[in-house]
Design a protein around this ligand. Structure first.
Ligand code: GRF
Length: 211
């Protein structure tokens, strides 16, 4: 089986990207991280990519007059870097439908909550944890899902619960959730890299490891 080449798309500090790059470095994720795409040339994730020797492309929608040129650039990058899988990790832009159909069932996203609750437009970062606390939820968690044309939407691949504790602030809760994110995302990508993900009728199943 060909070794998977993953592009990570990120817009911010890149702590999930770091966890993914570390797992690939360690060999627990048997894939190559072939490219980091950022939507913001100031993204902290860029320094992480440089420290791992991963190429970076900053692709900002506003630098393109026409939407088609922006989409063409993204697709060309995927081809140039021989990318067969895309992992969104804190990417704040919508993925163009052309890229979604080109990488059908090969784009994943991580969300710091239990979808379909507390997801969708405007529900990112601190906003998710604030809403969870405002609602009085006793559990929250992490969702990793396949990406479709809607925000925070698509078949769930993996979910893990995280307890909400009395006295939690959004920051404290975010930290507890992030620890799970950093473990779960590389583990899920490792399943794709090992060919242990079966998708049928929009349902995703992780197959057991061969002994
Ligand atoms: C994470 O909480 C992730 O779930 C969400 O965006 C955040 C990105 O954080 N999609 P980081 O840049 O990986 O630290």
């Amino acid at each position: 089986m060909k070794r998977l080449r993953i592009a990570v798309f990120a817009s911010g500090r890149g702590s999930n990207f770091t966890a993914i790059a570390e797992a690939a470095d360690r060999g627990t994720l048997k894939a190559d991280i072939g490219l980091l795409v950022v939507s913001d040339p100031e993204a902290g994730a860029i320094a992480v990519a440089e420290s791992f020797g991963i190429p970076v492309a900053a692709v900002c929608r506003k630098e393109f007059d026409r939407r088609e040129a922006y989409v063409t650039r993204l697709i060309a990058l995927m081809h140039e870097h021989d990318i067969d899988f895309i992992a969104l990790a804190g990417y704040m832009k919508k993925i163009p439908p052309e890229l979604i159909s080109l990488y059908a069932q090969r784009i994943t996203n991580i969300h710091p909550g239990l979808l379909p609750a507390f997801g969708g437009r405007g529900m990112y970062g601190r906003h998710v944890h604030e809403a969870v606390l405002d609602y009085g939820c006793k559990v929250t968690g992490v969702t990793i899902h396949l990406v479709d044309e809607h925000y925070d939407h698509g078949p769930v691949i993996a979910q893990e619960c995280v307890p909400v504790l009395s006295g939690d602030t959004p920051e404290v809760l975010a930290k507890r959730v992030l620890e799970v994110e950093h473990r779960l995302y590389p583990a899920v990508l490792a399943c794709f890299a090992d060919g242990r993900v079966r998708i049928s009728n929009n349902r995703v199943e992780i197959l057991p490891e061969k002994s």
